[in-house]
Design a protein around this ligand. Structure first.
Ligand SMILES: Cc1cc2nc3c(=O)[nH]c(=O)nc-3n(C[C@H](O)[C@H](O)[C@H](O)COP(=O)(O)OP(=O)(O)OC[C@H]3O[C@@H](n4cnc5c(N)ncnc54)[C@H](O)[C@@H]3O)c2cc1C
Length: 299
C-alpha cells in the first residue's frame, strides 16, 4: 500500500488549489478525483484574472497542470471509503487500490441529494441511512437494501456483509455499472441486484419493507443510500468529523473537528463559487502543511 503525507479527495478548484500549496511546500501530495461538474464548455466570467471568459474545462486543466508542475500526483480514482488507520494515520480505499495518508483534505464538492423514494424522509434515522460504518451495527442479521447503481453501492453492499448476510441492491431504475471485479464479488456473496424503482416504504415505527414498481416487496429493516459516488459527508461520517446539515464544519483555518482532517470548497457550504473554493483550498493546504511539519515530516 503506498503512503503519502497529504491525500486530497477531489480534483476540483478546491482540491487542486490545496495541492498547489502542499506540493509546492514539498509535501508528498496525492489528489484523487474525476472531472468536476464545472469541467465542460461553461463560460466562467467572474473568476479573477480572466479578462475574457474561460471555459470550466480550460480552467480545471490549467489547475491540474499547475499542481502537477509542483509534484502533485493526480489520479482519476473514486474514493469508496476513508477510515482511521491503526497507526494514527488514515486509510483510503478507492475503486483501484488502497492508500495510507498522514492527513486528508476533503474537497469532494457538494453532497449527493436524497433519492426520489416516496416517504423516505419519514424513515431517516428509522432504517434509512447514508452511512454503513455508522449504522450497519443496528441492522445485524436483518434484511437490508442498498440503493445505488455504481461501485460505491457495490462496496457498501459488500461492507454490509460484516453485519448481515441478507443484502439486496436496488438501482432505482438505472442499469448497474459495477466494475467486473465488484460484480464477481457480489455474485460470489449472493447479493442480488434489482433494477425496478422503489415506489413505497412501509413499517411502523421503523422501516420494515420496500415495495418496487414491478410488484416485488422486499423485507428491509435498513435502506442504505449509496447513489453515485461517496461524498464528502460520507467520509465525514466515517471519520467522525462534525457536520452541519449536509456540509462539513470547519474553523477559519479549514480544520475539521478531527485532527489531521481538513476540508475546503463546496463541501463546507456557504457561497458555492470557484473563487471561494480556490481560497478555501489554499487555506486548507496551508493548515495541512503546518500540521504535517509537526506530526508527519517527510522521511
Ligand atoms: C455548470 C456549472 C457552472 C458553474 N459556473 C460557475 C461560474 O461561472 N463561476 C463560479 O464561480 N462558480 C461556478 N460554478 C460553481 C463552481 O463550479 C463550484 O463552486 C466549484 O467547482 C466548487 O469547487 P470544489 O472543488 O469544492 O468542488 P467540485 O468542483 O464539485 O469538485 C469536486 C471534486 O471531487 C471529486 N469527487 C467527488 N466525489 C468523489 C469520490 N467519491 N472520490 C474521488 N473524487 C470525488 C469530483 O470528481 C471532483 O473532482 C458552476 C458550477 C456548475 C456545476
Amino acid at each position: 500500500m503506498s503512503s503519502t503525507q497529504c491525500l486530497i479527495i477531489g480534483a476540483g478548484p478546491a482540491g487542486l488549489s490545496a495541492a498547489i500549496y502542499t506540493a509546492r511546500a514539498g509535501m508528498s501530495t496525492l489528489v484523487l478525483g474525476g472531472n468536476p461538474k464545472v469541467y465542460g464548455d461553461y463560460d466562467i466570467d467572474n473568476y479573477f484574472g480572466f479578462e475574457q471568459t474561460i471555459s470550466g474545462r480550460e480552467l480545471i486543466e490549467r489547475g491540474r497542470r499547475q499542481a502537477a508542475r509542483f509534484g502533485a500526483d493526480i489520479r482519476e480514482e473514486k474514493v469508496l471509503g476513508v477510515h482511521h488507520g491503526e497507526d494514527g494515520g488514515f486509510s483510503v480505499k478507492t475503486d483501484k487500490g488502497q492508500y495510507r495518508a498522514c492527513s486528508i483534505i476533503l474537497a469532494a464538492g457538494v453532497s449527493r441529494s436524497r433519492p426520489k423514494i416516496p416517504g423516505i424522509e419519514a424513515y431517516e434515522g428509522k432504517g434509512v441511512s447514508y452511512c454503513v460504518s455508522c449504522d450497519g451495527f443496528f441492522i445485524r442479521n436483518k434484511p437490508v437494501v442498498v440503493a445505488g447503481e455504481g461501485v460505491f453501492a457495490a462496496n457498501q453492499a459488500l461492507e454490509l456483509l460484516n453485519y448481515t448476510p441478507d443484502v439486496t441492491i436496488c438501482t432505482l431504475g438505472k442499469e448497474p455499472s459495477y466494475p467486473a471485479d465488484f460484480a464477481a464479488r457480489l455474485e460470489h456473496a449472493g447479493i442480488k441486484t434489482l433494477t425496478s424503482p422503489v415506489t413505497a416504504l412501509s413499517g411502523n415505527p421503523g422501516l420494515e419493507s420496500a415495495a418496487l414498481a414491478d410488484g416485488t416487496v422486499l423485507p428491509a429493516q435498513g435502506l442504505f443510500i449509496a447513489l453515485g459516488e461517496a461524498s464528502s459527508t460520507d467520509f465525514a461520517y466515517t471519520l467522525g468529523v462534525t457536520r452541519k446539515g449536509n456540509f462539513i464544519e470547519v474553523d477559519p483555518e479549514m480544520k475539521t473537528s478531527v485532527e489531521g482532517v481538513f476540508a475546503a470548497g463546496d463541501c463546507t457550504g456557504g457561497f458555492l463559487q470557484i473563487a471561494v473554493a480556490v481560497g478555501e483550498g489554499a487555506l486548507a493546504g496551508k493548515s495541512a502543511i503546518t500540521w504535517l511539519k509537526e506530526k508527519c515530516p517527510a522521511k
